[in-house]
Write a protein that binds this ligand. Structure first.
Ligand SMILES: [Zn+2]
Length: 354
């Protein structure tokens, strides 16, 4: 395998041998050789399709982003225009970094929709209706001529925080993303968990308020209808007498606006109640809170932690920490790149034609 990796240019043998005593003892077998990763030998590209934006990150083999770009897009309603825009973003990223397409190991792609594990079909009904019947990985592959791996955005956020952010070294974690929608990515025993069909982690559609509004999924009173950033911002419109965007909501929270802090704190409590059930069932070590609303900081995080403490069984509550994500809005796109970088060295070498 070392020969394959060296042949592909992914690793190089260091000058001299490893310090004596390293490797096999007693001089049996090959003498140990220092190998080092050639970070710039190959690249992985992440694409994150949000509801209203597309983000791209080109990462070297150590996961360091060499290009990180962003464009607004009407992703929900215009899938094929969005895929075209993503193609342009990919080409621009490769061009600005001076990376030839044959040095690209693959493209990881995140989409805010459950993806059926066996068929790769989108479970788009109600969640992302404009994308019904579209096969995004195949469409993107046809545009780029590069292998594309598709995953749910919250799953990728979990991978990103585990590889590069707040969950490094953590094998049991729940990443919850509070953005236009609410979703969670689960890592159990070190492995991403998607469930039998690929729909695991839909915490946004757990019942939160039986009398609440009808949700886009068709059920009533889902957590998302109570605690998504848009739902929280909307709560302030009556008292402020004007439309309130999520950005404005976050400004009001930062300014100490009493009503805005109250609205975010109650959303945190609802999120924490839903997570308390997840904590009871999965006994995670860490809950990482990402997405737009996580910018509210402790105004959001403290009520989440308090609700988990109050509603989870004591040993599970005592075991879990709640923290904000470290990667902010880049968690998903870096997770998409990590999806490619996590492949076996042999698969990576094969892609480079060693
Ligand atoms: Zn729902």
């Amino acid at each position: 395998m070392v020969e394959e990796l060296v042949g592909a240019g992914l690793v190089e043998e260091g000058a001299g041998t490893a310090p004596s005593g390293a490797g096999t003892e007693g001089g049996v077998g090959r003498p140990p050789v220092l190998l080092s990763l050639v970070s710039g030998a190959a690249f992985a590209l992440g694409l994150d399709f949000g509801h209203q934006h597309i983000r791209v990150a080109l990462c070297d083999l150590s996961g360091e982003p060499v290009v990180d770009d962003y464009s607004l897009a009407e992703v929900d309603h215009a899938p094929s225009e969005s895929l075209d825009l993503a193609q342009t973003l990919v080409h621009d990223a490769l061009h600005s970094a001076g990376v030839a397409p044959d040095r690209l190991l693959g493209v990881g792609m995140g989409l805010a929709v459950p993806i059926h594990k066996a068929t790769g079909n989108l479970e788009a009904d109600g969640i992302l209706p404009g994308w019904h019947g579209i096969r995004p990985a195949a469409e993107m592959e046809a545009r780029l001529g590069i292998p594309v791996a598709l995953d749910n955005d919250a799953n990728l956020g979990a991978l990103g925080e585990k590889a590069f952010g707040a969950a490094r070294g953590v094998d049991d974690l729940v990443y919850i993303r509070l953005s236009a929608g609410i979703g969670a990515g689960l890592v159990i025993d070190g492995h991403p968990y998607q469930g039998f069909a690929g729909v695991a982690g839909e915490v946004g559609h757990v019942l939160s308020d039986p009398q609440g509004p009808i949700c886009r999924c068709g059920n009533r009173g889902c957590l998302e209808t109570v605690a998504s950033p848009v739902a929280v911002a909307t709560l302030l419109e009556r008292s402020l007498g004007q439309p309130v965007t999520v950005a404005r909501l976050l400004e009001l929270v930062a300014e100490g606006h009493r009503g805005a802090r109250r609205a975010v704190a109650e959303a945190g409590e609802a999120v924490g109640r839903a997570l308390s059930m997840v904590v009871n069932i999965l006994n995670p070590e860490l809950v990482v809170v990402g997405g737009d609303l996580s910018q509210a900081g402790d105004v959001l995080l403290s009520p989440i932690a308090d609700a988990i403490e109050r509603h989870s069984v004591a040993p599970a509550a005592a075991a879990v920490r709640v923290t904000a994500g470290m990667l902010g809005p880049r968690a998903e796109v870096l997770g998409a790149a990590a999806l490619i970088l996590a492949r076996s060295p042999r698969a990576l070498a094969a892609r480079l034609g060693a």
